[in-house]
Ligand binder design. Structure first.
Ligand SMILES: Nc1nc2c(ncn2[C@@H]2O[C@H](COP(=O)(O)OP(=O)(O)O)[C@@H](O)[C@H]2O)c(=O)[nH]1
Ligand SMILES: [Mg+2]
Length: 378
């Protein structure tokens, strides 16, 4: 089993069978989106899933999935997914669901309902709501122990103000703990996933920037990738070719303000901003570059006389220190230098990749993206 979240999967490896994973989110972040995304990944990998929901109607789970662009009905009708309603019974309301726990106050009844279905992975949405209902944690932990003997357990947890000791004892009972927390930066709040504990693998602490896209699901998300380079090098064309959506402010054929695009590629999502190339705009370059996480430098391979300017722009965007990839663009021009020659002439550090591109034909853009995402993962 994998989470479907790039970087995280690469670092924690495959999740073994018969472990319990706690997915804990800070107040204000709904753990269900993350649980549903992991479930969708598991279903796509042919694992059977069971989803117990005790804090909202089962229909709310389907609705949440559908806003993320994920369709669960196919799996439900093929008996690859069972959603167990442990909410209606708690609320004392009627349920039209196929799988209902009439009295969810006792975990024995939940386990009985689980016995009627089959699954490799079971999701509990939500462990915190169950603890709130029972006002104690032992019974839930015992249920998880029982379930773990048969399947992998993923428990969702909204970490409101619980006593430290309680949280500690809960976490102790899980093989892995993944925390999702907001991190405030200068102007924006981003969400990061922090693995706190991974029982099956030694890991160094790391954090993965995440965002729940509706539609799109959970993506590793980078809020700002900067595309810079001299006038006419092909920046706007690169932003366009990288993007699923694009807004460009062009006047008389060149960018006077800012290109913005949105990229969604192999589990990564990013907002991409192009800078203007003309020197008149240099004073604003550093503002545009604020909070950038990576830089794509675009050069016209047929115009080596612009390379000094290109390097100057890298300095002005304070790109050194960030991951940089170079697009040696306009490779279709008869007099274009090869990517190797562009690299040598630019005189950038050896580990900066220079990729041959023809932005107007989207050629080479995939390689550029692979190099970029590879560097972002580091
Ligand atoms: N032949 C060729 N023309 C390109 C390529 N990329 C961009 N262009 C053209 O070069 C001009 C400048 O491109 P643009 O993306 O606006 O450059 P910017 O000023 O850096 O944003 C436009 O006429 C593009 O159509 C390419 O790879 N090959
Ligand atoms: Mg432009």
């Amino acid at each position: 089993m994998r989470t479907g979240i790039r970087i995280l999967d690469d670092k924690i490896g495959e999740i073994p069978d018969n472990v319990a994973v706690l997915l804990s989110t800070s107040p204000g972040i709904d753990p269900a989106s993350f649980g549903i995304n992991i479930m969708d990944t598991a279903l796509k990998n042919n694992s059977k899933c069971v989803y117990i929901v005790n804090n909202k109607p089962a229909s709310a789970v389907r609705r949440e999935a559908s806003t993320m662009g994920l369709d669960l009905s196919r799996y439900e009708s093929n008996n690859l997914l069972y959603i167990i309603d442990a909410f209606s019974g708690y609320m004392g309301i009627h349920s039209d669901e196929k799988h209902v726990v009439e009295n969810p106050f006792e975990t024995k009844n939940i386990l009985d309902e689980v016995k009627k279905v089959q699954g490799d992975i079971i999701f509990i949405d939500s462990a915190s709501s169950y603890i709130d209902m029972k006002e104690e944690v032992e019974e839930l932990l015992r249920m998880i122990e029982t379930l773990k003997k048969k399947m992998t357990v993923v428990a969702l947890f909204s970490a409101w103000e619980y006593e430290k000791e309680i949280v500690k004892s809960i976490k102790n009972n899980f093989d892995a703990v993944l925390n999702i927390k907001p991190v405030e930066e200068v102007t924006i709040v981003r969400q990061f996933l922090f693995p706190e504990k991974i029982g099956w693998k030694k890991i160094k602490p790391f954090a993965v920037p995440v965002k729940v896209l509706k539609p799109g699901g959970v993506k590793v998300y980078f809020p700002k990738i900067l595309v810079t380079g001299p006038y006419n090098a092909g920046k706007s064309s690169i932003v366009k070719s990288l993007s699923n959506k694009v807004v460009s402010v062009d006047r008389m054929g060149t960018t006077v303000a800012l290109d913005h695009g949105y990229m969604d590629y192999k589990g990564f999502a990013a907002d991409i901003y192009g800078t203007p190339g003309q020197e008149d705009f240099d004073p604003i370059l550093q503002y545009l570059a604020d909070e950038a996480v990576a830089v794509i430098l675009v050069v016209d391979s047929a115009k080596p006389e612009t390379f000094i300017r290109a390097k100057d722009m890298l300095s002005k965007t304070k790109a050194y220190g960030l991951p940089i990839v170079v697009a040696a663009n306009k490779q279709d021009m008869g007099n274009a230098l090869s990517a190797e020659d562009v690299k040598r002439k630019l005189g950038l550090p050896g580990d900066v990749p220079v990729c041959p591109t023809v932005a107007t034909e989207k050629k080479g853009v995939e390689l550029l993206l692979d190099e970029l995402t590879e560097r972002l993962m580091r």
